[in-house]
Design a protein. Sequence first.
Length: 310
Amino acid sequence: MSRVGESRVRWWTRGGSALVVAALLVPGDAVPSAKAVEPEPVQNAASVTLRVVTYNIHHGQPCCAGVGENEPDIERTGRTLDAMDPDIVLLQETNLNHPEGNCRNQPGRLAEILGMNHVMGHNRIAGTGCGTSATGNAILSRYPLEYLDNTPLPRGDGETAACPNTKAGGAQRCLLSARVTVPGGPSLVVYTTHLEHQDTELRQRQARTMLDAIGSAGGRKLLGGDFNHEPDGTIHGWVTDFGFSDAWEKRHGVRSCGATNGCTYRADDPDRRIDYIYVSSPFAVSGGAVRDAPIASDHRPLRMTLTVSR
């Protein structure tokens, strides 16, 4: 049994209606999705190649109306990801039993579609029309996956940051981390987050807290997500000065998007690069592309192909 940290959802029927109870579990108590597989990597004896995707899925809502204005379709999100044939997926703006996601377990369903293990980091938990609901980030992996932590990032409303947060109002953002172990090696620590989109000063405070939580860029580490900053900004410089490399820049030799088709936002007519996969020094980058997916979310998914020694 894979040991991960997420919410366990129990379904039963009473009086003809389906009820959901979601109970937060401590790290090490949940199970992988039913279709999770652990294939042997098709690589040479000395190295492993991994296809890593980061994707802000916009709660499964289509581009580019506001959340709640259009019917979410997590099956469409799953088809988009499945076409990219990923080994590891970093998700932002995903939810569990929430009205914005049609009361579904979004990361769980995507894990089923892709045949992966998954963990979800709860940014916020609240009572909704779906019962107990959670929103946050998630990590999916074709290989064994162990929940590590869900670190709270600063809030802008003066409230104490906590993950998950149960207070009404304000946005809570968190840094989710997990360990991925490829059979035969190696073991990777993977992080994903979604930084503040409007307040620059708050976004920078969140980025500093994020890097403090990571501690160092040493070892085999991946950091990805929706950073809501462009590559010529302060935060990009902080992350690379910390010891990470921007995988897109490492592969294509340029920071900006456009000529290299690296723009990820907005999905219907992308003109900026705000979604990233950063890698520590052991990783080589052998490929990278943004998928032409103008409808499934307000972001387009980024996939980078990475190689690391065993």
